[in-house]
Design a protein around this ligand. Structure first.
Ligand SMILES: Cc1ncc(COP(=O)(O)O)c(C=O)c1O
Length: 401
């Protein structure tokens, strides 16, 4: 459906006409076409996959595998390199656990204070059990990751770099291509958390040359319950699964199992079939809307917001240089949760707190975290005007200004 009012594409916004959604970095809303595709599966061929020897099961298996191909084409990988998981968190945990066997206790995992907890806590857990050491790249004065700092942080013991593509607090984009090139010259595996970038920019894993990459379907207008673990096929083939059960094996004897080739060996049990099909439709939706068009529109609204916020003395914006449409800010002297209740009262959804990236709040010296307004393709300048009006209301209430 071609419409200039993008709100009309999202049933939640149609059902709540006065609701302003500025929390797309937490999860994107779902367009009607994604919901329809999932319903179609349940209503027309909603049976299990890879098992049934009947027509509907073939149809469901085909749709599920076509969804894998859609994701693979979208990020420029091979189908066998795409493993379906529940979310980015599961993907990042699995990559960590499946690679743990190759680590010695002196091996270093490099990461950053920009990471979402799901990118750093699995490694912190391993380090806590003395299975490796965890080190952090220092951020520059704007809170960014730079190539220079990465180069300087390398030691002969560095084995893995676990790094975000884009920060969910700062909205900055990591200069990954150069970092990955240097990492590979030093035999370092690179694991990329692409969760925040997927709804805004195209990803090309071939060009990036990352070894592993993770993201969630729900942040890119797809359903919850489906995530992607991308791994280079030569690496995935060397890993042992950490989950065993139905559908991941070929032959089972009393004391031995032959597991399936990649990627199916990593998908034990009944997968999220409807969700994979919904994710595939979300990719079609993004392609139809045009990633460039989405990016330009979001940038216009983002710059409009930054400009208005910069004119309010009582507002601190922590990331004026953000590339992604994410604004981390606080109202001076007001706890972010107190402010958030005003926004809620005015039907504006924004996030308040640490955004599951507490290291970043600490780096910013924002002990209670920040407010975060994040944009989606349906947001308009009018939404920002209402955000600004509510900020003025908060300032007036707490400061009488
Ligand atoms: C940068 C980043 N990484 C990982 C995640 C985890 O995503 P999920 O909760 O879908 O597993 C998030 C979610 O906010 C995120 O912003």
């Amino acid at each position: 459906m071609e419409t200039s009012n993008k709100r009309l594409l999202f049933p939640l916004l149609v059902n709540h006409p006065h609701f302003i959604y500025l929390d797309s970095a937490a999860t994107a809303l779902k367009p009607q076409c994604v919901l329809d595709k999932m319903n179609e599966y349940y209503q027309l061929y909603g049976v299990n996959i890879h098992r049934g020897v009947y027509q509907l099961s073939y149809e469901a298996s085909l749709a599920y595998e076509e969804a894998r191909k859609k994701v693979a084409d979208w990020i420029h990988s091979q189908e066998e390199e795409i493993v379906f998981t529940r979310n980015a968190t599961e993907s990042l945990n699995k990559i960590c656990l499946m690679n743990a066997a190759m680590l010695n206790q002196d091996d270093e995992i490099l990461t950053t204070e920009q990471e979402h907890h799901s990118s750093v806590l699995p490694w912190m857990h391993l380090a806590g059990k003395n299975q490796c050491r965890l080190r952090y790249l220092p951020l520059n004065e704007s809170g960014e990751i730079t190539v220079e700092v990465f180069k300087n942080a390398l030691t002969p013991k560095t084995r893995i770099l676990a790094i975000t593509y884009a920060s969910n607090v700062m909205g900055t984009i990591t200069p990954l291509s150069e970092i990955i090139r240097i990492a590979h010259q030093n035999n370092i595996l690179v694991i990329v958390d692409a969760s925040q970038i997927v709804a805004h920019q195209r990803i090309n894993v071939k060009e990036l040359d990352c070894d592993y990459l993770a993201f969630s379907g729900h942040k890119m207008y797809g359903p919850t319950g489906i995530g992607i673990l991308y791994g280079k096929s030569k690496l995935l083939k060397k890993l042992d699964p950490i989950e065993y059960g139905g559908d991941m094996n070929d032959d089972v004897d009393l004391h031995q199992v032959t597991i399936k080739p990649i990627p199916h060996r990593f998908e034990a049990g009944t997968p999220a079939i409807a969700e994979a099909i919904g994710l595939s439709e979300a990719i079609s939706f993004l392609e139809e809307q045009g990633m460039d068009v989405i990016g330009k529109k979001e940038q216009t609204v983002h710059q409009y917001a930054l400009n208005l916020l910069s004119q309010i003395d009582d507002v601190i914006v922590y990331n004026p240089k953000a590339v992604l449409p994410i604004i981390a800010f606080n109202i001076k002297g007001v706890h972010p949760h107190d402010a958030a209740s005003f926004f809620d009262g005015n039907q504006i959804a924004i996030r308040a707190g640490h955004h599951c990236a507490q290291l970043m709040s600490k780096w910013l010296h924002a002990p209670h975290g920040t407010l975060r307004a994040s944009l989606g393709l349906f947001n308009t300048k009018q939404d920002i005007d209402k955000l600004i009006a509510t900020i003025q209301e908060v300032i007036h209430f707490f400061k009488g200004a």
